[in-house]
Design a protein around this ligand. Structure first.
Ligand code: HEC
Length: 165
C-alpha cells in the first residue's frame, strides 16, 4: 500500500472510531466543558432573552393590526428555549454549589418530578403558541399568551427564590 493510501486508511479508521464513539455517547460532556457557574450564566442568559421575547410578543399582540403569523419567530424562540430549559438545571448547579448568584431553589433537585412537570407544561404551552402563530390564529394566539404566562408563574412560585442570593 502506498503511503498515500495508508494515510487514507488510517484516517478512515480514526473516523470510524470517532463515529462509533459518537453513536455510543452522543451527549457526553465535551472536554473542558462548562463549569457549574457557566451553566448558571447560560441559563440566566436564556431567561433574560426569553423574558424579552415574551414581553415583546405580548406587547405586539396588544396592537389589533398585528397578525399572529408575524410572531412565528418569537414563538419559536420561546418554544426552543422551553425544550432546552430542563437541561440547564443539572445536579450540582443549585444554591450552595455555585459561587455566582442564582435564584434556583433547592426544590428543583429535591422535587425533580415536579420541576420537570412545570417545564413540560411550559413546553406544551409554547409549542401550542407556535402552532397558533403559524396558523395566523390571532384570537387563539392572544389567549395562549395568557396560558404561557401562567406556566412561567407556576414554575417561579415553586422553584425560583424571591430574592437573588
Ligand atoms: C420550569 C420552570 C420555569 C419556567 C417554566 C420559567 N422559568 Fe423563569 N426561572 C426559573 C428559575 C428556576 C429561575 C432562576 C434561575 C437561576 O437564577 O439559576 C428563573 C429565572 C428567570 C428570570 C431571571 C430573573 C433574575 O432576576 O435572575 C427571568 C427574567 C425569568 N425567569 C422569566 C421567565 C418567563 C418570562 C417565563 C415564561 C415565558 C419563565 N421564566 C418560565 C424557572 C422557570
Amino acid at each position: 500500500m502506498s503511503k498515500k493510501y495508508l494515510a487514507l486508511a488510517v484516517a478512515c479508521a480514526i473516523g470510524a472510531v470517532g463515529l462509533v464513539a459518537q453513536a455510543q455517547a452522543p451527549s457526553a460532556p465535551p472536554a473542558g466543558g462548562m463549569s457549574a457557574n457557566d451553566i448558571v450564566g447560560a441559563r440566566h442568559a436564556g431567561f433574560v432573552m426569553s423574558n424579552f421575547i415574551f414581553n415583546s410578543t405580548r406587547r405586539a399582540m396588544g396592537d389589533a393590526a398585528t397578525e399572529a403569523k408575524s410572531q412565528v419567530s418569537a414563538a419559536n424562540g420561546l418554544a426552543t428555549w422551553a425544550r432546552a430549559l430542563p437541561t440547564m438545571f443539572p445536579a450540582g448547579t443549585g444554591p450552595g454549589a455555585v459561587t455566582v448568584k442564582t435564584r434556583a431553589k433547592a426544590e428543583i433537585w429535591s422535587d425533580r418530578a415536579g420541576f420537570d412537570k412545570d417545564a413540560a407544561d411550559y413546553q406544551a404551552a409554547t409549542a401550542k403558541l407556535l402552532d397558533l402563530a403559524k396558523a395566523n390564529d390571532m384570537a387563539g394566539y392572544k389567549a395562549q399568551i395568557v396560558e404561557v404566562d401562567k406556566t412561567c408563574d407556576a414554575c417561579h412560585a415553586a422553584y425560583r427564590a424571591k430574592e437573588t442570593k
